[in-house]
Design a protein around this ligand. Structure first.
Ligand SMILES: *Cc1c(COP(=O)(O)O)cnc(C)c1O
Length: 416
């Protein structure tokens, strides 16, 4: 049999060997504007803020009254994972063999939880036998039997029943694809109890969830399922969904979510033997990465730029997310008043359009660069190689985020 060779469809972010100018004395990295003026990048430049990522993770881990798992799919860039690890994240929610391998390769001490309810048998076996994974989520009886078969009757498994939730108030609804209805979830919980060392319920309220009460409702439902099943939970995992700021949205502060979750957890009567977990993605990483694009052409209030919906700006396309933007000129000029712009991406597809509006100085034009913020979540990881525009570079910078999110990152230390 011939060997099948695997190859990533997208060129990895390149760290070098391009000449990133030396940092100023006493600094580990430099400011975005300075780097852009030195490098004059003609490919999208991903700017990672390791200290922002570390600080954001640290604040979340400190604020959340339980165990924090980072949802790796949101941004699997190794530099990002290292910065989160430095902030105290030791648990990782993985959903594919590649994510499991990546996390294990980076951190021998990581606890990896395989929280995708529909897995290939080979993926379960590899995670369990080679990477020490013990926790698996599921939403069907077949998946339990598959997990048990691939783990040779192991007695130390953790089985997590993914509970379906009614459509809630999140910007990204995740209620349709995964999850068992309450009756079925109760049956699965009983089956899991008979086979596993620990059992839990997990759910996802939807991404960029702006309403703390969504967690309250989901926790009540989980408590009902546990009661109906007559199974005490070892773990209640409230999933991800924690929101961040965008130009038109300032979410309630993290503490409102923590308080709602804590209150619902106590009110639902979970005992001291039930641990509380969560799986944030967006909230930990969105503020920690920006992308610098270059303007190729201006047509009225439309700018043709070198990244787009097939690149790291997928959410600016049909989902219509707005992102903060700031202009970086080759030469410092007199400031112009802001006006609203839409972007076209570099591919030939007319769907490669981002209506924004992106607020930028009125006289922006070809050759200028634009830094787009809050792209650490579901940005770079959604890039494709469509039309050959898959080149991008990566630098580490010391800037604060373009937007502050209440309760985590602050914009107080703005770098001049
Ligand atoms: C995507 C995902 C997350 C992270 O969601 P965010 O909204 O980015 O916080 C957490 N858990 C599971 C199972 C997911 O699929």
């Amino acid at each position: 049999m011939g060997h099948v060779r695997f190859r990533s469809a997208v060129a990895p972010l390149r760290r070098g060997p391009f000449p990133v100018p030396a940092a100023r004395p006493g600094r580990a990295s430099r400011a975005v504007a300075e780097i852009v003026r030195d490098l004059r990048p003609t490919d999208p430049l991903h700017c990672i803020r390791p200290s922002v990522l570390t600080e954001t993770a640290g604040r979340f881990v400190e604020a959340f009254p339980g165990t924090v798992l980072y949802a790796v799919k949101c941004n699997p860039e190794p530099a990002v994972l290292r910065a989160l690890h430095a902030g105290g994240v030791r648990h990782f929610d993985c959903a594919s063999p590649a994510e499991v391998r990546l996390v294990r390769q980076l951190f021998a001490d990581a606890e990896i939880h395989y929280m995708h309810p529909v897995k290939a048998p080979t993926a379960i076996r590899e995670a369990w036998s080679r990477h020490g994974v013990r926790d698996f989520s599921l939403d069907s009886a077949e998946e339990i039997e598959k997990i048990l078969a691939e783990t040779d009757g192991a007695r130390d498994l953790g089985l997590f029943v993914r509970l379906a939730l009614p459509k809630g108030g999140a910007v990204y609804d995740l209620s349709g694809k995964f999850g068992a209805q309450p009756d079925e979830a109760a049956r699965l919980l009983r089956r899991a109890r008979a086979a596993a060392a620990r059992v839990g319920i997990c759910f996802h309220v939807g991404s960029q969830c702006l309403d703390p009460l969504s967690y309250d409702r989901a926790i009540r439902l989980a408590a009902e399922v546990s009661r109906d099943a007559g199974v005490e939970l070892d773990v209640l995992d409230v999933g991800g969904g924690f929101p961040v700021s965008y130009p038109d949205v300032t979410p309630p502060p993290l503490n409102d979510f923590v308080a709602a979750i804590g209150a619902a957890f106590s009110a639902a009567g979970f005992g001291p033997s039930t641990s509380l977990w969560c799986e944030p993605g967006r909230a930990l990483v969105a503020p920690g990465v920006s992308v610098v694009v270059q303007v190729l052409k201006r047509r009225g209030q439309e700018l043709f730029v070198n990244d787009g919906v097939y690149g790291s700006l997928s959410d600016a396309g049909v989902p219509g997310f707005r992102f903060p933007a700031r202009l970086i000129r080759a030469e410092e000029g007199a400031p112009a008043p802001d006006s609203a712009f839409a972007f076209y991406g570099p591919t030939c597809d007319s769907a490669d359009f981002m209506k924004g509006p992106f607020m930028l100085p009125d006289d922006v034009g070809p050759g200028d660069w634009i830094e787009i913020g809050q792209l650490g979540a579901y940005g770079g990881c959604l890039r494709t190689a469509f039309n050959g525009f898959d080149q991008a570079r990566l630098v580490e910078v010391e800037d604060v985020p373009l937007l502050a999110t209440p309760g985590y990152s602050s914009n107080a230390r703005r770098v001049a």
